[in-house]
Design a protein around this ligand. Structure first.
Ligand SMILES: Nc1ncnc2c1ncn2[C@@H]1O[C@H](COP(=O)(O)OP(=O)(O)OP(=O)(O)O)[C@@H](O)[C@H]1O
Ligand SMILES: O=P(O)(O)OC[C@@]1(O)O[C@H](CO)[C@@H](O)[C@@H]1O
Length: 302
């Protein structure tokens, strides 16, 4: 069973415009939607939709926190959140004439004592695996993630920004940097797929057993004891890429949980991410076609 930890959840607002962004005038949206978001929450929704046992935990507060709670309940996602005084943030993605603008708030400041409360919630679930996803709100340091990783007998997976990744100190089962984070955190040349795999090895030397690096439209690389695999992305019409990395990771974790090997897991991750980027926002897409999409993903050994 997986527990996801989202220290800094968000309501994701996605607004779409036919025309390009321009300053000093009112832009009127053609479409708008709100979704429950934050990397761990997105993963919990997808894992639940793929019938993998999962509990979403994290910090929630205010009217945005209530919206996330209600949305997860409607989606049948099990939850065990800790209440905080501040108001959970609202992040905006503006899609304007096919350009994507991502506007993320910092989130409400919290006190370090929330880590103890969260750890208690995680322990109460007795998970096999804990996925810590997303940024840290003001008031927390990377130690908040290390404390989850060392807080019990579970494998910890981490999907957070390069600056935080660089500072983690504990042993982790997996990290999921994107290309920019891979480059920022290692200083390596990540312009080629081989360069990305080399950078992933730098992460492995720092205490991550496996590295799943997402390369946007170029696909993804999975590096571990079983070798280095590269999957091409599927050729699809992209609406927005918010949540693409969470989808890749959820697909890989779901397949591993079903007993799949690394190659099948990587194919599944790419297939799930393809479904997510073809829809606006971070709501769970239709996952019925995943098996046939997965068969169309090309994987090669590096
Ligand atoms: N333009 C695209 N075309 C096809 N697939 C894509 C495209 N962009 C992303 N993907 C798929 O989504 C996966 C994750 O993408 P990306 O590297 O952009 O994640 P990310 O930066 O972690 O995203 P986020 O932080 O918003 O979740 C890729 O490995 C790929 O399979
Ligand atoms: O600011 P963070 O925590 O790095 O990222 C938060 C976020 O952009 O990531 C998710 C997509 O991956 C969204 O649901 C959410 O708004």
């Amino acid at each position: 069973m997986t527990v996801t930890v989202t220290y800094n959840p968000a309501v994701d607002q996605t607004i779409q415009f036919d025309e390009r962004m321009a300053p000093d005038r009112v832009m009127r949206a053609d479409e708008a939607q709100f979704d429950a978001g934050g990397k761990g929450i997105n993963a919990a929704q997808l894992l639940t939709a793929m019938d993998r046992p999962c509990v979403a935990t994290g910090l929630l507060g205010g009217f945005t926190g209530s919206f996330i709670r209600e949305t997860l309940q409607d989606d049948g996602v099990e939850t065990a959140f800790v209440d905080v005084d501040g108001t959970t943030r609202l992040n905006t993605t503006a899609i304007a004439a096919a350009e994507e603008y991502k506007l993320n708030q910092a989130g409400p400041a919290v006190d370090e004592s929330v880590v103890d409360s969260l750890l208690e919630q995680v322990r109460a679930q007795s998970p096999d695996r804990v996925l810590v996803g997303g940024s840290l709100p003001p008031g927390l340091t990377p130690d908040a993630i290390d404390r989850i990783a060392t807080g019990g007998d579970w494998e910890t997976i981490v999907d957070t920004g390069g600056d935080v990744l660089r500072e983690l100190d504990a042993q982790y089962g997996l990290c999921k940097p994107n290309r920019a984070e891979l480059g920022d955190a290692t200083g390596a040349d990540v312009s080629t797929v081989e360069g990305c795999a080399d950078a992933a090895d730098v992460f492995r030397d720092r205490g991550f057993d496996r590295v799943l690096a997402s390369l946007g439209a170029d696909g993804a690389v999975l590096v571990g004891d079983a070798g280095r695999l590269y999957a091409e992305a599927l050729d699809i019409d992209v609406v927005d890429t918010v949540g693409a990395g969470d989808a890749l990771l959820s697909g890989v974790l779901s397949a591993w949980e079903a007993g799949a090997d690394d190659e099948t897991a990587l194919r599944t991750g790419v297939a799930v991410s393809a479904q997510v980027v073809q829809r606006a926002g971070t709501a769970v897409p239709d996952l019925d076609d995943i098996d046939s999409l997965r068969d169309g993903v090309t994987v090669r050994r590096l």
